[in-house]
Write a protein that binds this ligand. Structure first.
Ligand SMILES: C[S@@+](CC[C@H](N)C(=O)[O-])C[C@H]1O[C@@H](n2cnc3c(N)ncnc32)[C@H](O)[C@@H]1O
Length: 411
């Protein structure tokens, strides 16, 4: 049996071995036996409220470093504090309507259980949950925690409650970050809807903001009402030789940002993008990459890939990296190029990376899209790296239609 392989693998990568681990609600012990494969040198304590489950687990156990105990305060304290506490499919009541759940298992009961449990964690310990009936983010105690993004975990999970939480004090959010965005009068109505929701994310709420504008004579005056939300600097942005306003504004995220940013990182947020919860979008490990965006699976138009490959070849004399045998009809207007890449309605990027890629561009991006170009460069340049994650699942919504945007954010 190999329970939760993706999750355990990622936890082992992140937190290492030689740990003190609690499997809270371990059932018949399979969870602990599976954990052993990923943490060969750790001590594993399996605790369960069911004596029958613990008896069965004890009988099956042949491992000196796995201990099964009945779940009571004394037993759990005696091996504490723990580096990781797993509570997988424990805090739940099955097949209840919301009303029934709130009667049978109110949120404050869940919160009290968690308050007690996290008291057994080391200061830099991690709480890993799966399949909870209540949303951890709805509890007060969750504010002390930072939600890490674990790729394999979320991919297979339907529930927004499945998460890995670490102590906020130990994983201070990075402050060397500026939010950047771009604005033209046609987007202003949408930004008015979205910008208040940017503040919902504690991670973003007190960051400086840089907005590239086009179509405003005096943005400081005309857009001054936006300054009640953030400390905003407006920078007028235009590009000779670029025809479309869209392409001009997309170029600002690379060329403008590399010129005007004063922080090591920026989070780019499109003006038509808002947030529906307070969950952190970026975790400390995201800062190891040069660019991190939303998971995406193709490039359209497919011909942009050819444009980029040709440009790179001419500039650096290096061969293509993509194989064009992949059944792509490049002549077709809506043809897509199937490739793992990122979309950037919300993305994190290092300034140093933006500066480097800007230095290769002469006035105009080699393809008229910020994220396509940035992703391609992060992929091609050996010393750069890119990451992608499910940013929508973390509460970001992006709608180009005003009515839809309004209803999803406020409806
Ligand atoms: C669905 S099983 C999951 C077992 C194991 N975590 C896994 O995923 O393989 C849930 C287990 O949690 C235990 N449990 C429920 N509430 C508990 C509590 N308050 N303290 C300890 N164990 C609990 C149950 O007895 C049961 O064995």
């Amino acid at each position: 049996m190999d329970r939760y392989p993706d999750l355990f693998k990622e936890c082992a990568n992140k937190f290492g071995d030689n740990l003190n681990i609690l499997s809270f609600g371990c059932g018949y012990g399979e969870e602990c036996f599976s954990l052993r494969k990923y943490f060969p040198n750790s001590k594993i304590v399996g605790a369960d409220i069911s004596r029958k489950a613990i008896d069965i687990a004890k009988k099956k156990n042949k491992d000196d470093h796995i201990v099964f105990v009945e779940s009571n305060l004394e037993n759990i304290i005696s091996s504490s504090p723990y580096n990781i506490i797993f509570a997988l499919n424990v805090f739940k009541r099955l097949r209840l309507s919301r009303d029934e759940l709130n009667k049978a298992y109110p949120l404050d009961v869940f919160e009290n259980q968690l308050k007690e449990l996290v008291g057994f964690l080391k200061d830099d310990g991690a709480l890993v949950m799966k399949g909870t009936s209540h949303n951890f983010d709805d509890t007060e105690i969750s504010k002390k925690f930072y939600c890490l993004h674990f790729d394999g975990y979320r991919r297979n999970s339907k529930s927004p409650n499945d998460s890995v939480y670490v102590n906020r004090d130990k994983y201070q959010p990075r402050r060397d970050v500026t939010i950047i965005s771009a604005l033209t009068p046609s987007y202003e109505k949408k930004l008015r809807l979205t910008i208040p929701t940017w503040k919902m994310k504690p991670q973003f709420s007190d960051l400086p903001v840089l907005i590239f504008t086009n179509g405003y004579d005096n943005p400081d005056k005309q857009l001054s009402y936006l300054k009640k939300y953030f400390d905003i600097k407006f920078v007028k942005w235009d590009m000779d030789g670029v025809d479309s306003i869209r392409d001009k504004m997309l170029s600002s995220f690379i060329l403008g940002a590399s010129k005007h940013l004063k922080t090591d990182f920026s989070v780019k947020i499109d003006a038509d993008t808002g947030f529906i919860n307070s969950r952190d979008i970026f975790d400390p490990s995201d800062f190891d990459y040069d660019i991190v965006g939303h998971r995406w699976g193709y490039t359209r138009p497919a011909s942009w890939i050819i444009d980029l490959e040709n440009w790179y070849k001419e500039k650096f004399g290096k061969e293509n990296i993509f194989s064009y045998k992949q059944n792509v009809d490049f002549e077709k207007k809506r043809a897509i190029f199937p490739c793992k890449r990122l979309a950037s309605f919300v993305c994190l990027q290092s300034t140093d990376f933006l500066k480097e890629i800007s230095s290769y561009v002469d006035g105009k991006l080699p393809c008229p899209s910020h994220d396509t170009f940035a992703w391609y460069m992060a992929k091609r340049l050996e010393h750069r790296s890119w990451g992608r994650k499910n940013i929508k699942k973390l509460g970001a919504v992006n709608r180009s239609n005003y009515k839809k945007l309004n209803s999803v954010l406020y409806g």
